[in-house]
Design a protein around this ligand. Structure first.
Ligand SMILES: Cc1cc2nc3c(=O)[nH]c(=O)nc-3n(C[C@H](O)[C@H](O)[C@H](O)COP(=O)(O)O)c2cc1C
Length: 412
């Protein structure tokens, strides 16, 4: 395997020790780490700023294609932004081999507290290219990726894997996933995340709690469990059932970014959370794209709007329209101070690569679907919006559609 040792740039800020976070939270009254999932298009810096104000102790970036990250400055600038307060943060990569993952990990090392390998994306484009769940067909490759990356990064720096259950009849699936989890631990993984379904299962299929519990019992490193968390109660229950060290939410935290705040009784997004999002978007200025700002509000606030308002809201094309709408309808507007108080962003500098691996896709142009453009809303958003445009959406029907298999629209 052609690996590359990069002269690591000095850390831009103190790295958080992720194992310490698991320790600290274990000792807390609830006993687990509250984790915001990697979400393409959505778990970006501004959203991470918001959810950290509501109990999230560990946040993931969206999945970034390692090959694009290595080879394209444009991809790096588009796909990853950070700031001094963006801590702790784990950068997730889709990679096909140890070269891609270890080089991307070394490049991003100064700016994050850990790197995560995506072994859970079930989309056909990903599997056919050897990404995501495609890697689960080659456990030896996953081991090699983690082992190699462990060798080139400091021991205290977190390297993790997010995976689904391996395919097979129920007992075989548990046995082989436990086996892989144990091997990854031996290879130097800091922690693992398990989404309790196989790659063939939809998000409407039940979670395999037994499998997640077995995995937790079989490894010493922390385990985060993931699937169907819609409320603080759900998070506590899944923790109680599995004894896992962390609980991760994706769709639930998009719908209600305050989900992990155990002091908040409301089941739906509190008004003050929307207020914070308006302030964050104002302070972020051009660093947040309109669609991202708008989609998040659609997820958070649709259930408070009647159909006519939803249709009006969905048609907005700029921030000012959104601000006017929220002020007029709900008496919410960005605080005065946010206009004169822009956020600081870290200027990320990456060391030049000594050589580049030529057997790679042309990554100068980020893959369609990885970035925003006028014509691509993302399937997740489109499906959510489609339901939200009908009268019947707000009975939580969107819970039942297979949204996860739909991230990365345009790449199939
Ligand atoms: C919009 C969206 C984007 C996602 N992007 C990613 C991703 O970048 N990496 C990843 O590992 N999983 C991704 N997922 C899967 C989630 O992290 C999570 O495993 C899955 O949605 C199940 O959790 P949930 O029931 O809390 O939604 C995404 C899911 C959604 C809905």
């Amino acid at each position: 395997m052609n690996t590359l040792n990069i002269e690591l740039l000095p850390q831009q800020r103190q790295h958080a020790n992720i194992l310490n976070i698991f320790e600290d939270e274990k000792a807390s009254s609830h006993g687990f780490v509250r984790v915001s999932a990697p979400m393409v298009r959505y778990s970006k810096l501004e959203f991470r700023r918001l959810i950290r104000q509501y109990g999230v102790k560990l946040a993931f970036t969206p999945m970034v294609i390692a090959d694009s990250f290595i080879h394209s400055q444009k991809a790096r600038d588009n796909e990853f932004t950070t700031c001094l307060e963006d801590i702790p943060v784990v950068a997730q990569f889709a990679a096909r081999d140890a070269y891609e993952f270890s080089v991307a990990a070394q490049l991003i090392y100064p700016y994050v507290d850990g790197v995560d390998l995506n072994c859970g994306c079930p989309q056909s484009w990903a599997i056919s290219k050897g990404y995501g769940c495609g890697l689960l067909r080659h456990p030896e490759l996953v081991r090699d990726i983690i082992q190699t990356t462990r060798r080139v990064l400091p021991q205290s720096f977190s390297i993790s894997v997010k995976l689904r259950l391996l395919n097979g009849a129920p007992e075989e699936s548990i046995r082989s996933t436990v086996e892989l989890a144990r091997q990854l631990e031996k290879c130097g993984a800091t922690f693992l995340t398990i989404h309790g379904r196989t790659m063939w299962q939809k998000t409407s299929d039940p979670l395999n709690i037994t499998a997640m519990t077995e995995i937790k019992k079989s490894i010493q490193v922390p385990l985060i469990v993931n699937g169907n968390i819609r409320s603080w109660q759900d998070a506590k229950e899944l923790h109680d059932q599995t004894n896992a060290d962390g609980v991760m939410a994706a769709r639930g935290i998009l719908s209600n970014p305050a989900l992990f705040d155990n002091n908040i009784q409301e089941k739906e997004t509190p008004r003050e959370c929307v207020q914070k999002w308006l302030d964050i978007a104002t302070r972020a200025g051009d660093n947040i794209q309109f669609q991202c700002f708008h989609h998040h509000l659609t997820f958070m606030w649709s259930s408070n709007m009647k159909r006519k308002l939803r249709l009006e809201f969905n048609n907005f094309t700029n921030k000012q329209q959104v601000f006017d709408f929220f002020e007029e309808r709900y008496g919410l507007k960005p605080e005065e101070a946010s206009h004169s108080n822009p956020f600081d962003y870290t200027k990320c500098v990456y060391p030049p690569l000594a050589h580049s691996n030529t057997n790679k896709i042309n990554a100068e142009e980020p893959l369609e679907g990885q970035t925003w453009n006028e014509n691509s809303n993302g399937k997740f958003f489109n499906e959510f919006k489609e339901l939200s445009d009908t009268e019947t959406q707000f009975d939580n029907r969107h819970d039942d559609i297979d949204l996860e298999g739909s991230f990365f629209t345009g790449l199939d």
